[in-house]
Design a protein around this ligand. Structure first.
Ligand code: UDP
Ligand code: MG
Length: 344
């Protein structure tokens, strides 16, 4: 069992379920004997939910509450909760009782088994088709693009080793992509099936529109992960085939014109060719601009993430030489010494 556990619960107008959720968490964790805190993040609720949470804060020392000024979205709420979390392992779960706190120990076991992130999978999902169908499509596309096949990217029930959290930059609606974001940095991600309950109180905050938003965010996430250091490649993957098709169409028409096989000025293929060449080259040019911006901004820590490093620290690097006379390297002039010299 971990030494300590933080449970982050974002909520937006979930007044009926907050208290019950806290009780269920307390009941589920009592037998585990681990230390825990519950961090509620009120994402601009306009109902009595924040009052209920406030009462819990007053009566339970392990509960805290962050109140947003307005509705900034689930990703921002999670981000605020992560900042406050002190546990070795951080669990996130929805406030609407669709996620079952009794599953928390299974998440902990999985993390103890060596995973950095464990994502829940609502295997038997109790949501309408309008939610499950777009979700299937989304998981298939994201899984394929990132090479991380999860059944349920969007599940709010997840566990993280706290060390990974500083590497997550969550904003907008990027909370759906946390496994992909962390996987692309080399963290170990796994998935466990969890029980899922139907929503019995309140309303869902998301509908069909999340598929469209998710697909736009997919582009953002691709640009900030796989193509972070080479944005021109992503734009070229899109631009080159289109410009190529346009070029082929125009070449074909040029040949027809030369051999005198009829007028080409009014053929739809001509317009297609011109448009495709223009669009494709514009995409490639946009990518090159992105590359220049990237090159001007990138810092060493943007390029890679070191898991571990061995040997003496670079400051006291152990030099070796067969010649005792030249063994010790010349001490580099320290900052202080040189600045003293300058001021002298
Ligand atoms: N939520 C939030 N801010 C928002 C929308 C939702 O904090 O802008 C919370 C919501 O209160 C719930 C969780 O995110 O605790 C998941 O939302 P919901 O249950 O509506 O999503 P669904 O289960 O329908 O996918
Ligand atoms: Mg829900």
């Amino acid at each position: 069992m971990p030494k300590s556990l933080s449970i982050v619960v974002p909520f937006f107008n979930e007044e009926e379920t907050i208290e019950t959720l806290y009780e269920q968490i307390a009941t589920a964790l009592a037998p585990t004997g681990c230390r825990y805190e519950v961090i509620f993040v009120n994402d601009g609720s306009s109902d009595l939910g924040p009052m209920t949470a406030q009462k819990l804060v007053e009566s339970k020392p392990a509960v805290s509450l962050i109140n947003f000024r307005t509705n900034f979205g689930k990703a921002a709420a999670l981000s605020a909760g992560f900042r406050r979390a002190r546990g070795d392992i951080v669990i996130t779960m929805d406030a609407d009782l669709q996620d079952d706190p009794a599953e928390i120990p299974r998440f902990l076991e999985q993390v103890a088994g060596g995973f950095d992130v464990v994502s829940g999978w609502k295997q038997k999902r109790h949501d309408p088709l309008g939610k499950t169908l777009p979700s299937k499509l989304f998981n298939a596309v994201v899984g394929r693009i990132f090479g991380l096949r999860l059944h349920d990217y969007n599940c709010g029930f997840k566990a993280y080793r706290r060390e990974v959290l500083p590497h997550l930059n969550l904003y907008g609606e990027l909370h759906r992509f946390t496994p992909a974001l962390l996987h692309s940095l080399g963290f170990r991600v796994s998935e466990i099936a969890v029980t899922h309950h139907p929503r019995t109180h309140g309303k869902s905050k998301y509908g069909w529109s999340r598929l469209i938003k998710g697909m736009i965010d997919l582009f953002t996430v691709l640009l900030s992960t796989r193509f972070r250091m080479r944005p021109a490649h992503l734009f070229a993957y899109i631009g080159l085939p289109i410009a190529g098709a346009g070029f082929a169409a125009l070449s074909y028409l040029t040949v027809l014109w030369f051999i005198g096989a009829g007028p080409i000025g009014s053929r739809p293929l001509l317009f297609f060719g011109i448009m495709a060449v223009l669009f494709g080259t514009q995409m490639i040019a946009t990518g090159l601009i992105a590359e220049v911006v990237r090159a001007g901004q990138s810092q060493e820590e943007d390029k890679y993430l070191v898991e571990s490093e061995f040997g003496p620290s670079p400051q006291q690097s152990g030099w070796e030489s067969s010649d005792a006379q030249t063994a010790a390297p010349q001490a580099l002039e320290s900052e202080d010494a040189s600045s003293q010299k300058r001021s002298a």
